[in-house]
Design a protein around this ligand. Sequence first.
Ligand code: TRP
Length: 476
Amino acid sequence: MEERKGFGSNFGFLMAAVGSAVGLGNIWGFPNKMGASGGFTFLLIYLVLAVCCGFIVMVGELALGRKTGQGAVGAYKVLSKKFSWMGWLGILSAFFILFFYCALGGYCIKYTVLNVGDLFNAGFGSNGLSGAEIFGNFMSNPAEAIIYGLIFVALTMIIVMGGIGGGIEKVCSIGMPCLFVALLICIIRACTLPGAVNGLKYMLIPGWAVANGVIDKAPNLFQVFATAGGQMFFSLSLGMGAMITYGSYLDRKENIQKNGLLIVVMDSMVAFMAALCVLPARFALDPEGSLGGPSLLFVTMQNVFSRMGTVGPIFGIIFYLLVVFAAISSSISLLEVIVAHFVDKARAEGKGDKRKSYTLIATAMVSLGCILVCADALGTSGISPADLLGIENPKTWAADWLDFWDCISEGIMMPLGALLMTFMVAYEIGTEFVKDEIEQCGNKFTMYKFYRFCIRYVTPLGLLLVLYGQIKSFFF
Ligand code: TRP
């Protein structure tokens, strides 16, 4: 059987894993949640959770993947009797997340093109319309959204078809450093705008948002905890086998403990940096603009660029391209979770590496979900889940297809997946198993005691609270 090809270098692996983690969640979710949930308090809770829950699950997933050398389904099958079905939960989550993630990725491509239009005063620019009008027009034209969504899906497909070393690693090794530089440029521009300092205050000073009427009332500590936990999970791509899959392609001589820590640190850093760019810009140039939801990225930020003067479109292009890339480096990891399983299976059955065909089939299915989400235009047209189920006054989960897939995957399946994974490691296969795998590289697992304590008690408790918080906020 030909060799299962993995990452060519540790740097390539790291960039791919950070690429998976850094995505829409960082650039879009983090800034507004941080501000609305008490700024600095939120950041502290976020960091504690990232270390006690995020890092623990991250290291576990990478180790399980590398130990078994298989994608999520294969890994769980080998490891556990009780939890053998969990890989399928991961594959299903990957599909659901891709449905809405690709639609949003398409929106970002649309906004890149829009700013190119503005740069050249072309007809496909904003034509003097406000951010709200542009977004409204875009939403009333689902065909356009579908085309952009499918372009995003196609880009994802092309990279995954190239395989790990030839596609994913190559793209991320070049793209992630570029993303970092682009983000720095945007931060410098945003923070030097007059009035930007209010964005920093909103972000960093506990209670500022309430005292200045930006939000009505401060959330309670439990709510902050749940918001931070949910955000951290999604942002680190945990709980559905993405890191198991990437771990399975990692060389045995590489250090999982160090890599896991670096992924968590870099992901949190990029989230914080994104906040340093988005919030000061919003407070400087669109102080009335929305701070959350789809309109933060597509109405408020577009207003910011329209009001920047002649250089506006240039910063618009840099910013939206950065977001498109962040989204693609995440969507490829989601598609890889699906593809890796079927490729492994075909190889095991001696049918050879059928990566291209499986990628094509998975992409076709993702396209259907993406079309559904785009056609529904955030609940403004078409048939929403609530219509279909005959629900009046629907809660978020049933209001539109984007929220529907988001609530099922991010709200339930991911925290549940991670919770069960910690149970499996702590109480079925044992933490020694993870320790042995991590020490393969010859270095000691110096954080082992901390790891064992967390995965037995702290992490499951944290995850349980996150799950409860998510269910409560999405469904009640
Ligand atoms: N982490 C990505 C973000 O912040 C989203 C993502 C990519 C993801 N791959 C994932 C989430 C796998 C969960 C599982 O936007």
